[in-house]
Design a binder for this molecule. Structure first.
Ligand SMILES: Nc1ncnc2c1ncn2[C@@H]1O[C@H](COP(=O)(O)OP(=O)(O)OP(=O)(O)O)[C@@H](O)[C@H]1O
Length: 254
């Protein structure tokens, strides 16, 4: 794939819940190596959009072109393969993205095996290396995630997701629910990994400080619609829509 082609092209995407709008009229391109933040207040449609993009929810209308192919037209096995290989999903709650009864090393190794790794020594070595990259001591490799703190669990979930070098990573409030100091450390780590690996990321957050630190571009959602879309600094420093102005002034005063 050439760098002058979007990794993901979304056209007129919509999802309804009965008569209620989940999200509608969503169109955008995501370029290789780009981080797109989706922001907006609770109920604005962020999770619905992320769910549709990642294939966890069925959209009612529109196109989701990944490297030129419409994922809505793919068979279920094809979509599942994509989710295991080229895509990754980091959940807000690590429990949703980890296997709590499997060791830390197993959680990471399992993903490698899903993409065909078979050599036990190599798998363990790569898992150890990845635990180190997310600042988990190698001594903890045989511990279960439930023996870890919330921040460690989230770092383990990140290792499990990134070990296979995905091209596109979906993140749903990855720092939500953590203490502020733990959040800051996690954000630093995420920023480094995204930059070093050249990942393309779509991150949902209601926290504009997180968006500022991680995202190159921002989409602001309200009532299921994208009401503003632009470079992060532009959107946060010079918001155009009245709603974005309100959102920014209410949150970024600190
Ligand atoms: N399973 C569902 N059934 C019916 N309506 C839903 C469902 N999930 C979401 N909605 C509605 O769709 C709209 C968008 O909700 P969504 O959860 O996507 O917003 P959000 O921005 O992610 O909010 P939050 O930050 O609270 O998760 C809201 O009006 C919500 O009430």
């Amino acid at each position: 794939m050439t760098q002058d082609q979007p990794l993901l092209s979304i056209r007129d995407l919509a999802k309804m819940y009965g008569g209620r709008i989940g999200c509608t009229d969503v169109s955008f391109d995501l370029w290789p190596g780009e981080v797109l933040g989706i922001v907006g207040e609770s109920g604005s449609g962020k999770s619905t959009l992320l769910g549709c993009l990642s294939g966890q929810l069925a959209a009612d209308r529109g196109q989701i072109l990944y490297r030129g192919r419409d994922t809505r037209q793919m068979s279920e096995p094809e979509r599942r393969l994509l989710s295991r290989t080229e895509w990754a999903f980091v959940h807000q709650n690590p429990r949703d993205g980890l296997r709590m009864g499997v060791s830390a090393g197993g959680n990471v190794g399992e993903r490698l095996m899903a993409v065909g790794a078979r050599h036990y020594g190599d798998i363990r070595e790569t898992a150890t290396d990845w635990l180190g990259r997310v600042e988990i001591s190698a001594e903890r490799i045989d511990d279960r995630p439930r023996q870890f703190s919330g921040g460690m669990q989230q770092r383990l979930q990140i290792a499990r997701n990134l070990v296979t070098s995905p091209k596109l990573v979906f993140m749903d409030e990855p720092t939500g629910g953590l203490d502020v100091s733990v959040q800051a450390r996690l954000l630093d780590l995420l920023r480094g990994l995204v930059r070093d690996m050249g990942l393309s990321v779509i991150i949902v957050t209601h926290d504009l400080a997180v968006a500022r630190l991680l995202a190159d571009r921002l989409m602001v959602m309200k009532d299921g619609h994208v009401i503003e879309h632009g470079l992060t600094d532009q959107v946060l420093d010079d918001p155009q829509a009245a709603y974005t102005q309100l959102l920014v002034s209410s949150v970024l005063q600190v």
